[in-house]
Design a protein around this ligand. Structure first.
Ligand code: 9D3
Length: 240
């Protein structure tokens, strides 16, 4: 009923962080979701609370130990999907976010150091997810991104407007430009068509703008959309 996120991290103080504010914060207060953050170090037994060791085969950096991570994960894996945030994961997409939001919640493992022992990934059935092709200093900011994207889709968080908007995003076009008053600001005029009152003309102008921006900025999205929307004959010609 309550969407439940359990985060395992060496930096539990980073949570809930920004998720205590705005939309997610209100939804949390309303009991729509809950978050608990757990310090991985709490399961380490030795005097220095060691969680990592040097890599077999040599190389730079440290690797998080499988026995430590197994003990940290086990108490939380209750049927919820378990995600390991890692730069080598599958890219986070709106499809993945929607699937997670439709489930009971998630157990989320944030890495530090060079990575975690491969065997615990297999033994604990971890789903490896990345939030994009750039290097973060750890999994925590990625985890906050994933949770923000999931929480806003939970029933009662944003309402009907958001699902309509998500639908349009999943159709694969970027947004058209927005304008508000004043109609003339520092000599920059709002496009005449938006002041025309011709709603059909405005709608097609906006679609044309969306298409232009998508083609220019995201040829990958544009190609994916064209392949869904083109008529069968054009598809066949394209395939030839
Ligand atoms: C030396 C090789 N590095 C891989 C590019 C190692 C490495 C860099 C940074 C290992 C971990 C990290 C920390 N990043 C994350 O944990 C992370 C991440 C990211 O850096 N980018 C995008 N998504 C994610 S999800 C977790």
């Amino acid at each position: 009923m309550t969407w439940h996120a359990s985060v395992l991290t060496l930096f539990p103080e980073m949570f809930p962080g920004p998720l205590a504010h705005s939309l997610a914060g209100r939804a949390h207060n309303d009991g729509i979701w809950r978050l608990d953050a757990h310090d991985i170090r709490a399961v380490a037994q030795d005097r220095h609370r060691t969680v990592d060791d040097t890599p077999f085969g040599g190389g730079a950096g440290m690797v998080m130990r499988p026995d430590i991570l197994d003990a940290a994960l086990a108490p939380h894996q209750d049927g919820r999907p378990t995600i390991y945030l890692t730069p080598r994961g599958r890219p986070l997409t709106q499809r993945v976010v929607a699937e997670l939001a439709a489930g009971p919640g998630a157990v989320l493992l944030c890495g530090r150091y060079e990575g975690i022992d491969q065997r615990v990934i297999e033994a604990r059935g971890l789903m490896e997810i990345s939030v994009g092709d750039y290097v973060l200093s750890g999994g925590e900011p990625a985890c906050l991104v994933l949770l923000d994207a999931c929480v806003r889709l939970l029933p009662g968080v944003v309402g009907a407007a958001a699902s309509v908007e998500d639908e349009s995003f999943s159709h694969g076009l970027l947004e058209y430009p927005h304008y508000t008053r004043p109609a003339d600001w520092q000599g920059r005029r709002v496009p005449d068509i938006l002041l025309s009152g011709n709603h059909a003309a405005i709608a097609s102008w906006r679609v044309a703008q969306s298409e232009k921006i998508t083609r220019e900025r995201r040829p990958d999205l544009w190609a994916a959309r064209a392949s869904h929307h083109a008529p069968a004959v054009a598809q066949a010609a394209g395939a030839a």
